[in-house]
Ligand binder design. Sequence first.
Ligand code: SAM
Length: 440
Amino acid sequence: MATGIPKRKKQHKKKENYNLTYPNKISEENIFSGEKDRHILIKQWGTSSLTEVINSLYWGDNLATLRSLLEDKSIKGKIRLVYIDPPFATQSIFHSRQLKHAYDDILTDTEYIEFLRQRLIIIRELMATDGSIYIHLDEKMVFEMKIILDEIFGKTNFQNCITRKKCNPKNYTRKRFGNISDYILFYTKSSKFIWNKQFEPLTEDRAKEYQYVEEKTGRRFMKVPIHAPGIRNGETGKPWRNMLPPPGKHWQYTPSKLDELDKRGEIYWSSNGNPRRKVYLDENPGIGVQDIWLDFKDAHNQNIKITGYPTEKNPNLIKRIVEASSNPGDLVLDCFSGSGTTLAVADNLERSWIGIDSSIEAIKTTLLRFKNGTKAMGDFVSHSSKKKESNSKQLSFNLSKGSIQEKQYDYRSITNFRLMASRNIEKQSLNEISVFLNDY
Ligand SMILES: C[S@@+](CC[C@H](N)C(=O)[O-])C[C@H]1O[C@@H](n2cnc3c(N)ncnc32)[C@H](O)[C@@H]1O
């Protein structure tokens, strides 16, 4: 049957594990015993106390770098949140808006799976027991990686497959439906994890339900019954103000609590003396966020400021993830950090962070973002400040007129971090960075 509420049937059968098998899949033991990187400090900005983790941007291959982080007691088992946006197996070579080579995305099939699997196994060890990981992929590899992630983190620690609308509808000429989505797989290390429920502002239709306005305060409210189905013999079944609950019902609150509500003016009395509770619009946090995210299209596909790095993600998307799965002071890792979106958002939300990227263009872009923020580029259209102001007023009233994507993400510059380079970085590239840093 396609509709109705399905009844769960308990199965006492032993669960069978299944794996993805392919020729070059190496053992976990071999993954951990592989080469570790050693890093040199290129430059440190600001100061950090000895006890706190220093925000670090590592330049080098993430596999050997992640292995080396396993040896650091202040990091191993301490990472509360990981967001990664690895190559998607597109078989493309990516350049920045300034036409500088950024990175190659050429691995496919089992080579790709094994590339990511090895890194994910080490990441699991770096994560705190109550940590979370979000893996951003598209339809090319998400299904294979779901099986691999179940192997690594356990099927029961799979929390969501979030569908993100990545761009506006395209005028597709191919004989298939337009592709405008990608996916974020959300896993946790255990069943106990940090979770800060996220809300979307109420839609205007929902807000219209709050149709009454309190004279004294101007607050909008709706009226709801103060009784609920079922007979109770305790306090909530007793008379209140000489009234019994309607037949077959009970009061939702004890008579003393109802007195309190009434004293605060939160009971609405109809002309024929029927009490109802006022539920205020400004106390409604909104609707809990679901697993389809429409508001965070790629930075290149909307009018928000960008760094110009290819495949740069929307900072508001990362903000939602960081806020949902970490708290201020927590350590956040992005080991495919690209233009540094995760690092900048984490820093702005007062988390510590570790970023890793092997591309010199990514490192330069991240450093520029930390200093100057993002820029209006290409077809950027500025929204008038007046419109933004009225928008934010609306949002504070929990009415969403403009969509979240239109809100600019404002960065403050990042001043407390260090840049570390892998020992394997070629001399020529090290020279290039030092010239870049001379002008920085
Ligand atoms: C899709 S981009 C990430 C974009 C990023 N989320 C942003 O908002 O800018 C993937 C990044 O992974 C990096 N990368 C690919 N393979 C890597 C590896 N083995 N080690 C470190 N970084 C790697 C690339 O250089 C590229 O910057």
